[in-house]
Design a protein around this ligand. Structure first.
Ligand code: NAD
Length: 261
C-alpha cells in the first residue's frame, strides 16, 4: 500500500538536482509530499524537477537574500513549508592540510555550514511561527571520524552539531531538527572520483559492516522517516546511514571486518 506521510504538504530539498537530494526528493514524492527542489544549477534543477514531478525553485544557499526570496516565493505560491532537507553541499579534494588553499576552505564552509544555517533559518523562522515543521541536515561520517578533508570534515561536524543546537532552540515551538550522516554513497561526484581513479571502490566498501556502499535512495528513506510523524519524538539526533561504516571502520586494527560465516 502506498504510504501518504506527506499528505500534500510542502517539502523543500536543497541541492535537489542531483545525487542524494534528487533521490530523497523522489522518495518524499512517493510518500505524498509536494516537493520543491532547489539547486544552484538552475538548468539541472529544472530538468530533474520535470523528471520526478517536483517544483523547481533554484537558488544558491550561500546567498541569504536569494534564499529568503525563494522561501517567500514558495510559500506565496504553494503554501506553508512543512519540511526542509538542508542537503546542498560541496565535496573537496583530499590532501595534506598545508596544501589546501584558504579560498577552497572558505568555499566549502560557505556552502556546507553557512549555507545550511541560512536555509535552516529561512525555514525555521516560518515553522516556529506556525508551531510545526521538520528539518533534516546532511552531515557525513566524516563528522565523527578524521579524513584528509580539512575543510569538509569540520564543516560536516559543525553541521551535525547545528542540528542539535537548533533542535534545542526550536523544540518548544514544534520544530524538530535532525541530521543524517551518509557513508559512501554512489552519487555523481563520488562516481567521478572512482572513474578518475582518485578513489578505490574496494577501499570504500572494505570498512563497512555490510560490505557495500549506500544507495542514494537509502539516504532518502532515512530522511523521509525523520520528517514523518513516525519520528514525532525524535529531535536533535544524528542518524548515520552508512552500511555500518562507523561501527566497524576501526576493525582494521584487528585485521579488518570479519567475513560472512
Ligand atoms: P551531488 O553533487 O550529486 O549533489 C549536490 C548538489 O548540491 C549538486 O546538485 C550541487 O549543484 C548542489 N549545490 C552545491 N552547492 C550549492 C549551493 N551553494 N546552493 C545550492 N545547491 C548547491 O552530491 P551528493 O553526493 O548527492 O551530496 C549531497 C550531500 O551529501 C552533500 O552535502 C554532501 O556533502 C553529502 N554527503 C555525500 C556523501 C557521498 O558519499 N556522496 C557522503 C556523505 C555526505
Amino acid at each position: 500500500m502506498k504510504r501518504d506521510e506527506g499528505r500534500g504538504r510542502i517539502a523543500v530539498v536543497t541541492g535537489g538536482a542531483s545525487g542524494i537530494g534528487l533521490a530523497t526528493a523522489s522518495v518524499l514524492i512517493e510518500r505524498g509530499w509536494r516537493v520543491v527542489i532547489s539547486d544552484i544549477n538552475a538548468k539541472a534543477n529544472q530538468e530533474s524537477a520535470a523528471k520526478i514531478g517536483a517544483e523547481s525553485v533554484p537558488f544558491d544557499v550561500t546567498d541569504e537574500h536569494a534564499t529568503e526570496t525563494a522561501f517567500a516565493d514558495i510559500e506565496a505560491r504553494l503554501g506553508p513549508i512543512e519540511a526542509l532537507f538542508a542537503n546542498a553541499g560541496v565535496i573537496q579534494s583530499g590532501g595534506r592540510a598545508e596544501n589546501l588553499p584558504l579560498a577552497e576552505f572558505d568555499k566549502v564552509i560557505a556552502a556546507n555550514l553557512r549555507g545550511v544555517y541560512v536555509s535552516c533559518l529561512a525555514a525555521g523562522k516560518r515553522m516556529t511561527k506556525r508551531g510545526r515543521g521538520g528539518i533534516v541536515i546532511t552531515g557525513s561520517v566524516t563528522a565523527s571520524r578524521t579524513a584528509p578533508l580539512h575543510a569538509y570534515a569540520p564543516s560536516k561536524a559543525a553541521a551535525v552539531h547545528m542540528a542539535a543546537c537548533l533542535a534545542a532552540d526550536w523544540g518548544r515551538s514544534g520544530v524538530r531538527v535532525n541530521a543524517v550522516s551518509p557513508g559512501y554513497v554512489g552519487t555523481p561526484p563520488v562516481l567521478a572520483n572512482i572513474e578518475r581513479g582518485t578513489r578505490d571502490p574496494k577501499l570504500l566498501i572494505e570498512g563497512s559492516a555490510l560490505g557495500r556502499m549506500v544507495d542514494p535512495e537509502e539516504i532518502g528513506r532515512g530522511v523521509a522517516f525523520l520528517l514523518s510523524d513516525d519520528a514525532s519524538a525524535i529531535t536533535g539526533i544524528n542518524l548515520p546511514i552508512d552500511a555500518g561504516w562507523l561501527a566497524s571502520s576501526h576493525l582494521t586494527t584487528y585485521g579488518g571486518v570479519p567475513p560472512a560465516r
